[in-house]
Design a protein around this ligand. Structure first.
Ligand code: GDP
Ligand code: MG
Length: 434
């Protein structure tokens, strides 16, 4: 897909301007590329129609090449379909895994247990796969290694009864994950079994696991499960291989759901939160798509982080995370701070603010990975109970969490100080590449 799409886009670069013939040609190439990548035909047609209309109608923003203009539109249309990552809050709940045999349910179950464990929660896992020989041992071994509570009944074919007893047995755990059996294809007894387990487990989330290499069958599977028990999110497994996950696109569009996680290997740590940007880059075979889009948004006057509200004092942990990431690329904090004419701005930057070494940045990131979205946006809610949970989940000490919060407060104050400056902060930050 990547190559032919890139070829297609090159055509636009060469032509240097947007006219109908060029756009038609490029859209045809994009169609071919997406179809080759197993994206659903209907979806491809819908998308290419929008791309065509928009590429011709919308003005090419000044400073952007026609190529960038079209990439941006392709990107936005893909984002429209894929949407944001499924939000799974960090609170006590039951998650049911569904999918065909071999899709990666059991592996993903262990990955999820690990994920929530890292966030400081106490997962428990129920093995409801009574169909495949060895399923019980596979999951039990994984859970034992992770030190995760496990319930199963080897040899008992009554999956529904096992779920009922397992959830009761594990009720003291926070996150209950029910791993179910698959079949080689969508047989009716699989759907019936899922409906029966669903009725007993009453899961808060139903995650459909799809093999990243799956093609057209993705939408059929997604539809069948969605019509019977409903799907709250999709996990795409095996994206560590050559698969691009094009089928998942059809699945989320078909069921109006979104992607929660991707699997990138066989070990319990090989799970990542889904990020649309990265997924699309991969789908298009373009590593640089994010920076390209950022450049485009900048040209259009939009900001990745909202400098205005930051200067109003709304500087969240999320903003800080983004800043730390870009600082990481740029070099030591002190150097950057020294580039600012601080005195004239009336900002008081404490000497401590300079003392953020690479080590610390790394630890801050780990800590913030164990925080919830809500905590990142509103750090004030982080009290001692949350500090404990974050510390436990990240494998750091509570003092580390407190230090991070202190650092954030300091930066927030400094940001407010900048506001007093008379010059255009935004312009200057941009000039510096921030
Ligand atoms: P289930 O039948 O749906 O429970 O599927 P399993 O979890 O047993 O996985 C089937 C096979 O796919 C196993 O050999 C797993 O090791 C492998 N697998 C699962 N997820 C991934 C992944 O993200 N990457 C790779 N490389 N292999 C995976
Ligand atoms: Mg399994």
């Amino acid at each position: 897909l990547g190559n032919s799409l890139q070829d297609a886009l090159k055509k636009i670069v060469k032509s240097g301007r947007i006219d109908e013939r060029t756009v038609n040609e490029v859209v045809k190439d994009i169609q071919r590329a997406l179809l080759q990548s197993d994206v659903n035909v209907k979806l491809v047609m819908q998308m290419s129609k929008h791309i065509k209309e928009r590429a011709l109608k919308e003005e090419v923003p000044s400073g952007m090449s026609p190529r960038e203009h079209v990439i941006r539109i392709v990107y936005q249309e893909l984002i429209n379909i894929i949407g944001k990552s499924t939000d799974i809050p960090l609170k006590p709940q039951t998650i049911m895994m569904i999918g065909l045999q071999g899709s990666g349910k059991t592996t993903t179950t262990s990955k999820l247990a690990r994920y929530f464990q890292r966030k400081g929660l106490k997962p428990g896992v129920v093995c409801a796969d009574t169909f495949r020989p060895g399923a019980y041992q596979q999951l039990k071994t994984l859970c034992t290694k992770l030190n995760v509570a496990f319930y199963g009944e080897e040899g008992n074919p009554d999956a529904v009864g096992i779920v009922e007893r397992g959830l009761k047995e594990l009720e003291k755990n926070d996150i209950l994950i029910v791993d179910t059996a698959g079949r080689h294809s969508l047989e009716s007894d699989l759907i019936t079994e899922m409906e029966e387990i669903h009725a007993v487990a009453k899961p808060d989330y139903k995650l459909l696991v799809l093999d990243g290499a799956i093609g057209q069958q993705a939408s059929e599977q997604a539809r069948a499960f969605n019509e019977s028990i409903g799907i709250s999110g999709v996990v795409i497994s095996k994206l560590d291989g050559t698969a691009k996950g094009g089928g998942a696109l059809s699945a989320v569009s078909e069921t109006n759901s979104s992607i929660a996680f991707i699997g990138i290997g066989e070990t319990p740590d090989d799970l990542e939160r889904f990020e649309a940007d990265r997924f699309i880059s991969r789908l298009l075979g373009m590593g640089d798509i994010k920076s390209l889009i950022e450049k485009a948004e900048e040209a259009l006057g939009e900001e990745d982080f909202d400098m205005e509200s930051m200067l109003r004092g709304k500087f969240t942990l999320k903003d800080m995370y983004k800043q730390l990431e870009s600082l990481n690329k740029m070099g030591p904090m002190k150097q950057i701070m020294q580039m600012l004419p601080l005195g004239g701005m009336g900002a008081k930057i404490p000497e401590d603010a300079y003392q953020v070494t690479g080590d610390k940045l790394g630890r801050y990131r780990v800590l913030m990975d164990s925080m919830t979205e809500e905590e990142m946006l509103n750090p004030r809610i982080i009290g001692s109970a949350r500090i404990k949970r974050i510390a436990r989940g990240s494998g750091c000490a509570p003092e580390d969490v407190r230090e991070l919060l202190k650092y954030h407060k300091m930066m927030q104050t400094a940001m407010k100080g900048f506001r007093g400056g008379k010059f255009n902060m935004q312009k200057m930050m941009k000039k510096m590449g921030m």
